[in-house]
Design a protein around this ligand. Structure first.
Ligand code: RP5
Length: 169
């Protein structure tokens, strides 16, 4: 049985191996900046399927980001175990430049979707932002945090442009 959901927006980030950690860690500051509650776990669809089932069935997170490389079955298996939205982030850890992982996530059979993002750190970042957008439907404070984040991105472009103008004078 899935636990009751938390009263703050919460994301479970699950990765297939500790070798995926740099991708996950790169987005921790963003999870904090957006005010998302989060839990980070390592569990492999192939090596520890029982642990994957246990984590997914006991989490009180609202959405799940699953990060994996090679034949990346983790997001699909997670999606088969929950009614919560599952976001997949492919990692380039095999011999096919991450396409192996991308196709494993994007080509889910009809009825068991995994919202698949780009590969690696940029995909992870977008998966976190997308999670915040979904959770903003329920939590107003997240919408406010997203607005500040978007404003800071915009300000950075203006600053960078001003900097380039200055340098190239
Ligand atoms: C996948 O296989 C993991 O997500 C990782 O990206 C890849 C390689 O795993 P390790 O051999 O580094 O543990 O399950």
């Amino acid at each position: 049985m899935e636990k009751k959901r938390s009263n703050r927006g919460k994301v479970l980030v699950i990765m297939g191996s500790k070798s995926d950690l740099p991708v996950v860690e790169s987005a921790i500051p963003l999870l904090k900046e957006l005010g998302l509650d989060f839990e980070v776990r390592i569990a492999s669809a192939h090596r520890t399927p029982e642990l994957v089932r246990e984590i997914v069935s006991s989490t009180d997170a609202d959405v799940i980001i699953a990060v994996a490389g090679m034949s990346a079955h983790l997001p699909g298996v997670v999606a088969s175990l929950t009614d919560k939205p599952v976001l997949g982030v492919p990692v380039n850890s095999g011999h096919y430049s991450g396409v192996d992982s991308l196709l494993s996530m994007v080509e889910m059979p009809p009825g068991v979707p995994v919202a698949t993002f780009g590969q690696g750190k940029s995909g992870m970042k977008n998966a976190v932002i997308f999670s915040a957008k979904m959770l903003g439907l329920k939590y107003d404070y997240i919408v406010e945090n997203l607005k500040s984040y978007i404003k800071s991105m915009k300000d950075k472009v203006f600053e960078d442009d001003a900097d380039v103008q200055e340098r190239l004078k």
